[in-house]
Design a protein around this ligand. Sequence first.
Ligand code: TYM
Length: 318
Amino acid sequence: MTRLSAITPSGHAHIGNHLGALRRWARDGGPGDLYFVSDLHAMTVSYNPPRLRALTRELLAVLVAEGIDPARLFVQSDLVRELGALSWVLECTCSYGEAARMTQFKAKGGGTGARLGLLTYPVLMAADILLQGADSVPVGDDQTQHVELARVLARRFNSTFGEVFVVPSATTPPTAARVRDLAAPERKMSKSTRDAAGVVFVLDNPDLIRRKLSRAVTDSYDVVAYRPEKQPGVANLLEIYAACVGVSPREVEFRTYGELKTAVADAVIEELRPLREKVIELLADPAELDRIRKDGAERARDRAAHRLDSALRLAGVA
Ligand code: TYM
């Protein structure tokens, strides 16, 4: 089995990425898995090139620090030629309507003024998945619609031109599939949120984590109960706590919101401590990260070569 997933360097990695994705990639990973930093996807909205380069490096360090085998890692732009070619082929099999109805496109301000790259983002994501022959794509529920499109495009290509692509499926984690913003629990925690008060980054120091949690938005019910509809802020804290200590959010009992927030802060600080220390260590050794990136690029390119050749040939080009 080949599992494949990615993280976009549109900002620093946060506790939602860690609990919902990265930690699982490290724990559940098998020898055929592939994980990458999707830097090409970070170009779909306004961005700063030197910052993108630095974040790509930082996220590669985070993936290594999570304990993912470095032999399973690569950076997306190291395959820009292969992905550019396959994306074009897939774009020519995807309708405008299929791309425009993606909820993320709409949520990120998709309209006539949006960059074309924002519209075709899921097609590039399909190219990522299909180029490597992945059959399972672990993602949070924000990304399942994109994996669904990759399935549709794989089937369509195979039936129109010939069997080349593995048809992938999305797998979503059972808990912490959607960690919410601490300051605005109606929305998911996001790397690119401007106001970071409600976002706990994996590289935040313990004092900052404690401060962010102490200010987390709750409600006026004054009961610690797991009721996501009625008490989204409290439910989010219970989910984060439960994911950190390894229990179900329904089993967690605290008397007051203050007690809950202190316990969540302690659990998050302990959860992130070894990760943060390892990332700092890796960023201080540029040669090691460069080597991991170069080896990963070669392996991923080798894997992609025959599938891309077949797809181009069947499509009547190259
Ligand atoms: P990205 O960078 O938005 O998210 C990386 C992973 O973290 C999960 N995630 C969350 N999980 C729980 N709570 C949250 N608040 C939260 N926010 C994000 C995401 O579901 C994801 O698993 N387009 C993708 C990257 C990508 C990709 C791919 C993934 C590019 N090509 C091919 C799979 C296959 C993205 O931007 O993820």
